[in-house]
Design a protein around this ligand. Structure first.
Ligand code: M1P
Length: 233
């Protein structure tokens, strides 16, 4: 049976926002006779808030924190732990201080199960500031540069860009590709961050490297995901 894997932020929902209600009805029905996996950098509470309890409970499996916490039909089946040490904390504090993005908010480090989510702007920013930071970051590539620095200078950890304002940091190798240890056979994968440095990249790369039967859909937004599902699957 074909396995369908979906990223959430930017793929099923706009980043940190609720799924479109018509898409939610469509998707709730679409998943019924299929093997569907959700793989996100985010945590359970945010995911449920964004896609709703019904989808979250009824897909085959939900991989939170890039696969470092796994839920199967509301039952917790796996958790990894991960914390950053003082060396990386100090490095990231310096990035906050030196960031050329001027509007700073709190909650720069969000501890999740098996993952730390980091942002120079701070997760407590307003939606307006979030949208502005995203545009600024597209030009200035702050998040990409931070990830590059971490990935080059810290051999035990890995960082990737996801969503609009933040990066996901976890133990090296504990990225989204780990879900393929459990999901065997053909995979159709939808994600918005499949480019190098994006948090969907390791999963896409592993599918290609393993030469398994697969199809990658690099989408621009949830609307595109919905259109592809209606037309092709
Ligand atoms: O899936 C990656 C990230 O997507 C969103 O990121 P941001 O807040 O930067 O838009 C959030 O859902 C975040 O929790 C998640 O890690």
């Amino acid at each position: 049976m074909t396995n369908y894997i979906f990223d959430i932020d930017g793929t099923l929902t706009p980043s940190r926002m609720k799924i479109n209600s018509n898409f939610e009805s469509f998707f709730s029905n679409w998943i019924k006779d299929k093997q569907v996996y959700l793989v996100t950098g985010s945590d359970k509470d945010k995911t449920v808030e964004q896609i709703g309890e019904n989808i979250w409970s009824n897909v085959t499996c939900v991989y939170q924190s890039c696969g470092n916490q796994v839920w199967k039909n509301t039952k917790l089946i796996k958790e990894n732990s991960f914390f950053i040490d003082s060396r990386i904390k100090n490095t990231l504090d310096t990035y906050i201080e030196k960031s050329e993005w001027k509007f700073k908010f709190d909650n720069n480090f969000e501890q999740r199960v098996g993952l730390v989510n980091f942002s120079t702007i701070g997760r407590n920013c307003t939606q307006e500031m979030r949208d502005k930071y995203y545009k600024w970051d597209l030009k200035n590539r702050e998040r990409e540069k931070i990830c590059e620095f971490i990935n080059t200078n810290f051999s035990n950890i890995e960082a990737s860009v996801g969503g609009q304002i933040s990066i996901d940091i976890y133990e090296r190798g504990k990225n989204k590709a780990q879900v393929l240890d459990d999901i065997l056979g053909e995979v159709i994968f939808f994600g918005d961050r499949m480019e190098i440095g994006g948090n969907d990249y390791p999963l896409a790369k592993r599918l290609i490297q393993e030469k398994r039967k697969h199809k990658l859909h690099k989408v621009k937004n949830p609307y595109e995901t919905w259109e592809i599902l209606k037309k092709k699957y």
